[in-house]
Design a protein around this ligand. Structure first.
Ligand SMILES: Cc1ncc(COP(=O)(O)O)c(C=O)c1O
Length: 339
């Protein structure tokens, strides 16, 4: 194992040994290369006042070199905001802005410890990173029987996980929290469960109300209290498309910091929330004290050299649209855009 990976793992193990145990083999092996182009560029950015020969972009007259034919179509934006590589975790302004947005829209996150979100190339990429870091061959990935079909590819085909399904609805036609709890508790012998929560749910649009939300959180907590390490990903792709009587925030807020054996990961993004499907920009967030968060974010370096850059300049508008009944109207407009 590379000494840098070992060092990251030791930090993780010291901070929370359960989170360390949750890592896949790949997650344990991966590291951030200290002596590579990225760290040298970051250093040069602060210290190289005369020449910076580190990063692989060309500059001209103090600006990133660019083609006039491209710039002419993007003249509202300065070349410095369009062409350079972003840092591996994403542009700081975008990360800070997305963090404030999360706090504003998820009151239960206030007062919790969490870092700046890591920028990804849309939600599919964020889910893949979570899978690479935390899903190994034979691990159980728990999803409802009504789900986005790409989970099977992301976790099953790509990472060799065993997909464990529970019925989304109970006999009353509400969320089947008991089924989720049983599926988690059935992982006792493995000692680990990877749970994906996706609300509003693709394909049904179902979104829990406050009571169902509490039951879902209790189901995850029951797993942790039974000694199971639970990675729980909230796939908030359709965040904002809430019903009048449903929860109006992500369950991530309640799950963050709930139990040492629970690692909550929030994957959300602009693609659907802000109607910018082609921009391919999203975020991945896991709550943690800095010593835990930073090794985890270092470990995603391989996944993309740099996330999208220009999207950071584009102002967001407010999300809208509350639906009137939780059970009858699927997220039509968003569903039509599903990949
Ligand atoms: C539940 C769910 N998660 C994630 C995605 C992927 O989103 P993105 O286009 O941001 O990769 C989709 C796309 O349809 C989805 O339905």
């Amino acid at each position: 194992m590379n000494p840098l990976a070992r060092q990251l793992n030791e930090t993780l193990e010291r901070e929370n040994k359960h989170v360390y145990e949750m890592l896949s083999k790949l997650g344990k092996d991966i590291y951030f290369p200290k002596e590579g182009i990225l760290s040298q560029s970051a250093e040069a950015k602060n210290k190289a006042t005369k020449y910076n020969a580190t990063i692989g972009i060309a500059t001209e007259n103090g600006k990133p070199m660019h083609l006039a034919s491209i710039q002419n179509t993007l003249s509202a934006y300065a070349p410095k905001d369009l062409y350079p590589y972003a840092p591996p975790e994403g542009k700081p302004e975008l990360r800070a802005a997305w963090r404030s947005k999360m706090l504003e829209e998820n009151p239960s996150l206030r007062g919790k410890s969490f870092g700046n979100p890591i920028v990804t190339n849309a939600l599919t990429h964020g889910l893949s990173i979570a899978a690479d870091l935390f899903v190994g061959q034979g691990d159980s990935v728990i999803i409802p029987d009504k789900n986005w079909e790409n989970y099977e590819l992301t976790f099953g085909i790509r990472r060799g996980a065993e997909l464990v399904y529970y019925p989304l609805y109970n006999e009353q036609g509400t969320f089947n929290a008991a089924g989720l709890r049983d599926a988690i508790l059935a992982q006792r012998s493995k000692g680990k469960a990877f749970v994906v929560l996706n609300f509003p749910n693709n394909p049904t649009g179902y979104t829990p109300n406050a009571q169902e939300g509490r039951e879902i959180v209790a189901a995850v907590q029951a797993g942790a209290e039974a000694g199971i390490n639970v990675v729980v990903v909230t796939d908030d792709a359709y965040f904002g498309l809430f019903f009048e009587d449903s929860l109006h925030e992500s369950l991530f807020g309640q799950l963050a910091g709930l139990h040492p054996r629970i690692l909550a990961i929030k994957v959300d993004g602009a693609t659907k929330e802000e109607y910018v499907w082609g921009f391919r920009v999203a975020s991945l967030l896991t709550p943690a004290k800095a010593p835990l968060f930073s090794p985890l974010s270092s470990k995603k370096r391989w996944a993309s050299s740099a996330p999208p850059y220009p999207a950071a300049r584009i102002r967001r508008k407010r999300s809208c649209c509350t639906r009137s009944s939780r059970r009858t109207s699927p997220p039509r407009s968003r569903k039509s855009s599903a990949l």
